[in-house]
Write a protein that binds this ligand. Structure first.
Ligand code: PHE
Ligand code: NA
Length: 459
């Protein structure tokens, strides 16, 4: 199939390899690293969970990231359009098109809760700048967070502001909107995180935090914890739901996919580990619970900002950068939805972003209520496995632990088994023995890893 696909026209391509790396890394690095990774690590007992997560990144995350980018570039359309055109050109079953659909639906759902947490970071920019943390102890900081969670209107409003920002950027289009948004601020976030780690080194609990994160106690790890680690490996790299496919569709042919994917994985993993190293010392030195749940960073980092010199400025900048990281991930989640609306419903980008975004905002109500009015509502609680899970927990479970890993499985199988092998080595930018090894991993190890984790969990 030699025809030039829509997104592969010169006018719509990323301007450079760096632009793609920045955008894809912008999608990868987000709340997943700084908000989610520490709190699920805390809930799942630390070291053993981290090790399984790192193995999942290497064996499943990176291969799927490579495969998904390659598929996206070959298809050059929205995930749905790409899968339609590739199943035709490769002459394989239309069943593979489910990959595209899974992507559009999952990115819709994931943004509905991601944006609510994005709203929390908006609130915390204001709190930090207003000096709300100065001199506050753990109880006071905890009460501030509790107060926010207890107010559904406030949560809904900030979730709305966050969505408005995302809609605005996506409506402006891929180049002007996405590229510019990510250029300078991500490196700055990295620097700030390192500063936080240095601060944490001077607490009395740095050693304890390091051993919590890195010395594994496998008796603390449940099979559900293993699934969570797998799901998070997918979540944190943005793979399995067409986001990377959509970004890959704009990637120029000359760019080496494998090298780019490795770079992104290294950046993403470093940010997550740094976040953990910044947060757990504060958890332990203040006598807090590592398993405190989704509020973990919002009840720990403010303690440090409240005590350090210049904490008002530093805290406000930190939460601003967290917001930027969240926004650059959120725009990537809206992208498959908007591309699908554009291509298949014939609506303009602006309208697609607006309608898609509004629908997502509305679905986000379920997450907003999970933290207050519905905090005791456990829709699937009658099934032992889902005991105690709120609507938010279930959405997160559905997307992160089911749709993303299963999407990743399908992508690995499609690229590894269904697609023709010619040109593949050039396409992903691996040669010789490394290419052969990669293909063995993609065809056997990656799928087997995902299948085994699922079998253990559900059978
Ligand atoms: N990878 C993003 C993060 O870690 C979240 C994300 C998930 C982005 C799925 C896009 C798609 O914050
Ligand atoms: Na991430």
């Amino acid at each position: 199939n030699q025809a030039v696909q829509p997104h592969q026209q010169a006018s719509s391509l990323w301007s450079s390899r760096l632009a793609f790396i920045l955008a894809a890394a912008g999608s990868a690095v987000g709340l997943g690293n700084i908000w989610k990774f520490p709190y699920i690590t805390g809930e799942n007992g630390g070291g053993a969970f981290v090790i399984v997560y790192l193995i999942c990144i290497a064996v499943i995350g990176v291969p799927v990231l490579i495969a998904e980018t390659m598929i996206g570039r070959r298809g050059g359309q929205s995930p749905v359009g790409t899968m339609r055109s590739l199943t035709d050109s490769e002459g394989v079953s239309r069943g593979w098109r489910a990959i595209g659909w899974n992507g559009v639906i999952a990115s819709f759902l994931v943004l509905s809760f991601y944006s609510v947490i994005g709203g929390w970071s908006l609130v915390y920019i204001g709190k930090a700048a207003a000096g709300a943390f100065v001199g506050a102890d753990a109880d006071a900081i905890g009460a501030q967070f509790g107060g926010l969670l207890g107010n559904p209107w406030e949560l809904l409003a900030w979730h709305g502001v966050f969505m408005a920002i995302v809609i605005f950027i996506v409506a402006k289009g891929i180049r002007s909107g996405l590229e510019r948004a990510v250029n300078l601020l991500m490196p700055l976030l990295f620097v700030l995180l390192i500063a936080m780690v240095i601060y944490a080194m001077n607490t009395d609990s740095f050693g304890r935090a390091v051993s919590f994160m890195f010395s594994p106690d496998f008796s603390k790890l449940t099979t559900q914890g293993v699934l969570t680690a797998l799901g998070h490996a997918a979540f944190t790299l943005s793979i399995g739901i067409g986001v990377i496919m959509a970004y890959g569709s704009y990637l120029p042919k000359r760019v080496n996919i494998a090298g780019t994917a490795m770079t992104i994985a290294v950046i993403d993993t470093s940010v997550a580990l740094l976040a953990g190293l910044a947060i757990f010392p504060l958890v332990f030195s203040n006598g807090l619970e590592p398993g405190a749940g989704p509020g973990l960073i919002f009840v720990t980092l403010p303690l440090a900002f409240g005590k350090m010199g210049g904490g008002i400025v530093f805290g406000a900048i930190f939460f601003t950068l967290l917001l930027v990281a969240a926004v650059t991930s959120a725009i990537s989640m809206l992208e498959p939805v908007v591309e699908w609306l554009e291509e298949h419903k014939g609506v303009s980008r602006v309208k697609g972003a607006l309608f898609g975004g509004l629908a997502i905002w509305f679905i986000g109500l379920g997450t907003v209520l999970s933290f207050n009015v519905w905090s005791d509502v456990h829709p699937l609680g009658f099934i032992g496995y889902f005991e105690g899970k709120t609507v938010f927990d279930l959405l997160d479970f559905l997307v992160s632990n089911l749709m993303m890993p299963l999407g990743g499985l399908a992508i690995a199988l499609f690229a590894g088994w269904a697609m023709k092998r010619e040109g593949l080595s050039d396409d992903i930018g691996l040669r010789g023995g490394i290419y052969t090894t990669f293909m063995v991993v993609l065809r056997y190890l990656t799928p087997a890893g995902i299948v085994v984790v699922f079998l253990y969990n559900f059978f």
